[in-house]
Design a protein around this ligand. Structure first.
Ligand SMILES: Cc1cc2nc3c(=O)[nH]c(=O)nc-3n(C[C@H](O)[C@H](O)[C@H](O)COP(=O)(O)OP(=O)(O)OC[C@H]3O[C@@H](n4cnc5c(N)ncnc54)[C@H](O)[C@@H]3O)c2cc1C
Length: 550
């Protein structure tokens, strides 16, 4: 054999080719169906272009580089002057350029800060779903920038000054005052050492001055520190208040943000997450004093939705990697995908992937329709934390199972699965951890009990005739009325998610809806993946639909 020598000890065989140079949209019938069912079918050509770009080998390699070369904090220069800047690998900047260039931070807003018309949210979510399959760390500032616009609307004159820079599709990485840049990004600082959930315990304080406030204190987690300004919470004389803190003061001098360290994180490594102190840092007030939580929650609702989209994207990539592998790898003279137990596992995974995608896309459709339809506004409000809870909590176990489908190679850092696995838990922790979003759901139900019951009825009609729907409705109706529901909140939220996902699937993928409702609502699987009773022909259909052959 040409090139062989006596030191060639073996041939390398039975290996799976890399899953690259794929059109992430064209190869995903479930995504195409969800996009069409939720009003964005006319985006298909653009989405396919986007899917090809993000599924290219170049992007996959850039994702590896951005994560293997994490950001570095440069606190001081050689002479001891403070710098407080973070340096990123060029691949990180490449991702920021791509995502901002595609408008993922901006496309749901009009130039005047009002929500863009339908199907902006669905069209963005479809793109985000594909991006999340490739690189997630850089989406932290992209997500926060787009969500911040919702909170900025309480201070219209400030919002209007900033909006042209926020909505710009130029990624300007220079460390300069925001007014000198062609485009800016925004971050958020709420969490302090003594509490992230209980932000009312924030000790950072704000003194009112002539043109703004001076803020002193700290944030224990503040991601994407190279953003140009941050929404932060601090105690003013009127109570906990939201502020916008720029990196440079209005006179052009560097503001008093002192970064202490970057977190050494499990995953999300391309993204920097800082510990920061504020020393008389200048900030503008957003909204009234004492209404900080009310103001920032407008932003958090949108970042929660992005967590759900991102986790659904992580699941999709984990699943297609597993299926792609199973179609190539031979074990005992048969492809893995033809081994009955492996088919059961893959089909079961595919079912959750279908449900997660259908649910997030339906919630995005509800966001798109919120302004014109009160019930859709409630659906968006209620199902955003529901989707975040269910999908983000499911993702780590899902990715692990996909990893096991591939075997040892997936446990090794060269594999994309290792990164997906490390990435998965964070979406469940930040922006409201499981219990916190569960409490949020209960709060909305408690405040709008009648409207919530009526929404439940609408969802029942949408899901009618699917197996398990009536039992789920009875369980939820009973719990919606139960004042002791908090102990059972996780059960309520999970059942809401499964019901809403079944209803969403019924519109975008009726056959998947039947199988999903049968296995998840009626059968109530609580063992691992592969234990659900999915008929062999349904398995075959699901796997072909997950990644069509040829
Ligand atoms: C990588 C990373 C980046 C981050 N970036 C940012 C950032 O940019 N800005 C920012 O502000 N924060 C950021 N955070 C912080 C994150 O938002 C918080 O960690 C999160 O909100 C939880 O707060 P905590 O860690 O203080 O936990 P705690 O608030 O102490 O909560 C601990 C646990 O208790 C549960 N819990 C809380 N209240 C209740 C209750 N009433 N009943 C039952 N259970 C309850 C929570 O669900 C959680 O599971 C980041 C975190 C990570 C991991």
């Amino acid at each position: 054999m040409a090139g062989s020598s006596r030191f060639d000890t073996h041939d390398v065989t039975n290996q799976t080719p890399p899953y690259v140079n794929v059109d992430l949209f064209a190869s995903d019938p479930a995504l195409q169906a969800a996009v069409a069912a939720n009003g964005a079918g006319n985006e298909a050509t653009e989405l396919s272009k986007f899917g090809k770009r993000w599924g290219s080998a170049d992007m996959v390699e850039a994702a590896r580089l951005a994560n293997e070369n994490p950001p570095k904090l440069k606190t001081f220069d050689a002479s001891g002057f403070r710098r407080d800047v973070v340096e990123f690998h060029p691949s990180y900047h490449q991702f920021m350029r791509e995502s901002i260039g595609a408008g993922l931070h901006a496309m749901t807003w009009r130039a005047d800060g009002v929500r863009a018309s339908a199907p902006a949210e669905v069209a963005r979510a479809a793109r985000y779903y594909m991006v999340a399959q490739v690189e997630n760390g850089h989406m932290c500032p992209v997500t926060m920038t787009r969500a911040a616009v919702a909170a900025l609307s309480v201070q219209p004159e400030l919002r209007d000054r900033l909006l042209p820079k926020i909505l710009s599709r130029d990624y300007d990485q220079r460390f300069r005052p925001w007014s000198e840049k062609t485009g800016i990004t925004l971050g958020m600082g709420m969490t302090e050492k003594q509490g992230g959930t209980d932000v009312r315990a924030n000790t950072t304080h704000a003194e009112a001055g002539a043109d703004g406030y001076l803020i002193t204190g700290h944030k224990w987690f503040m991601s994407a520190p190279m953003c140009d300004a941050f929404l932060v919470l601090a105690q003013a004389s009127g109570g906990l208040t939201c502020f916008l803190m720029p990196r440079f003061r209005p006179d052009g001098s560097v503001n008093g943000l002192r970064f202490q360290r970057l977190k050494d994180k499990l995953g999300n490594r391309s993204n920097a997450s800082s510990e920061v102190e504020f020393a008389d840092a200048f900030a503008w007030r957003l909204g009234e004093e004492g209404r900080g939580v009310r103001t920032i929650i407008e932003m958090v609702q949108l970042t929660r939705l992005d967590c759900a989209i991102a986790s659904a994207g992580l699941m999709r990539m984990a699943l297609v990697q597993a299926l792609h592998h199973a179609r190539h790898r031979m074990v005992f003279q048969r492809h893995l995908v033809d081994q009955p137990m492996m088919r059961s596992v893959l089909a079961d995974l595919a079912l959750d992937c279908e449900g997660a995608l259908a649910l997030v896309m339906r919630v995005c459709r509800a966001v798109d329709r919120s302004a014109a339809d009160a019930e859709e506004a409630l659906r968006a409000r209620l199902l955003t934390p529901v989707a975040k809870y269910w999908i983000c909590k499911m993702a780590p176990a899902f990715v692990y199972e996909a990893m096991e489908c591939i075997g040892g190679n997936a446990y090794v850092e060269e594999s994309v699965l290792a990164r997906l696995y490390r990435e998965a838990p964070v979406n469940a922790i930040w922006e409201g951890s499981g219990n916190v979003v569960g409490l949020d759901v209960l709060r909305v139900i408690g405040r709008e009990r009648e409207a919530a019951q009526s929404l439940l009825e609408t969802i029942r009609n949408e899901a009618s005739d699917l197996p398990g729907v009536d039992e789920a409705i009875a369980f939820l109706a009973k719990n919606f009325a139960d004042p002791e529901v908090e102990t059972n909140a996780r059960g309520v939220v999970e059942r809401m998610a499964l019901l809403a996902a079944s209803a969403a699937l019924k519109t975008s993928a009726p056959r998947a809806a039947e199988v999903f409702a049968g296995a998840r609502l009626a059968e109530r699987r609580n063992a691992g993946y592969g234990a659900a009773a999915i008929a062999p022909e349904a398995q075959t259909w699901l796997l072909e639909r997950t990644l069509p052959v040829g």
